[in-house]
Ligand binder design. Structure first.
Ligand SMILES: Nc1ncnc2c1ncn2[C@@H]1O[C@H](COP(=O)(O)OP(=O)(O)OP(=O)(O)O)[C@@H](O)[C@H]1O
Length: 267
């Protein structure tokens, strides 16, 4: 490989189809790739197959046609290449925050003593050091989501996948967590795959937004988000941000078979 060769994608889906046993075609002819270091958002109508893409990449669903290539395939099975965060934080209510974050390492048979440094580091990353001994019921919604993020990061995954993680949170908490996630992504040089219904959120966070059609999902627009980083709230009022939101919004309306709105109004 020479310096001019493009890097190997971390994940590549080529002409992938998924048909569930119920007969539902969730995806047909979907192609996409994710390069190391990218922050890619999947934006699409409800039911178009976004979560199915995450399950495919995570190895929980098999493609019924086409090819899925992941850079970690064939590597040591002890490694946890993917970390996941869902809309519900799904913390164990009877365990402390520390033990919840320790769980993925415990499942890899790591003893508490050898896992301590990694768990403490993950808690510090999300600003929850002070709450290590608290129980989930003692945390706000945003703090629970931070704990879920720490649990996803504790294995130092090669790819962080997030399925509408902030959809149930109020706007102020959501904006804060957007900024925390961006900070984590740049500090840890992670690759992220993020599912959202929000045009604004996808453009704010991503280096690339993939707009999917209605089910069966396929990529109808691949938008490079050329906003400079590090990003903060001031980005939200720049003309480039608003232009990119309008483009994503138009693509989304088009994907849903609707006429674009006059201002490219985003949801
Ligand atoms: N396990 C399953 N068995 C059968 N059908 C399924 C299964 N999982 C998803 N589907 C169907 O596949 C389609 C795509 O579902 P998926 O959850 O991937 O979409 P989505 O874009 O993530 O939806 P949403 O935005 O509403 O969360 C939907 O029609 C859904 O009902």
């Amino acid at each position: 490989m020479t310096d001019s060769d493009p890097p190997e994608p971390l994940v590549q889906l080529q002409d992938v189809g998924v048909r569930y046993p119920t007969g539902t075609h969730a995806l047909v002819g979907l192609s996409l790739d994710i390069q190391p270091g990218e922050f890619v958002s999947l934006l699409g109508p409800s039911g178009c197959g976004k979560s199915t893409v995450l399950r495919l990449v995570g190895g929980l669903t098999k493609a019924t046609s086409g090819r899925v290539r992941r850079a970690w395939d064939g590597g040591p099975s002890q490694d946890a290449p993917v970390g996941c965060v869902f809309q519900e934080p799904t913390l164990l209510p009877w365990s402390t925050v520390w033990n919840n974050v320790y769980l993925p390492l415990r499942l890899q048979s790591q003893r508490r003593k050898s896992a301590r440094q990694r768990v403490d580091e993950a808690l510090a990353l999300v600003g929850l050091t002070e709450f290590a001994k608290a129980y989930p019921r003692e945390l706000s919604g945003g703090m629970k989501m931070r704990a879920a993020l720490a649990r996803a990061l504790v294995t130092r995954p090669r790819l962080l996948m997030l399925d509408e993680p902030f959809a149930a949170l109020d706007e102020i908490t959501r904006f804060r967590l957007n900024d925390d996630l961006l900070r984590l992504w740049s500090e840890r040089e992670m690759t992220a795959l993020f599912v959202t219904h929000s045009v604004y959120e996808s453009v704010y966070l991503s280096t690339r937004v993939l707009v999917l059609s209605e089910r069966p999902g396929r990529v109808v627009d691949d938008i490079t988000v050329d906003l400079p980083g590090p990003r903060d709230e001031s980005v939200r009022s720049t003309s480039r941000y608003l232009e990119l939101c309008a483009r994503a919004s138009d693509a989304l309306h088009h994907a849903m078979g609707e006429a674009p709105t006059a201002k490219g109004a985003a949801s």
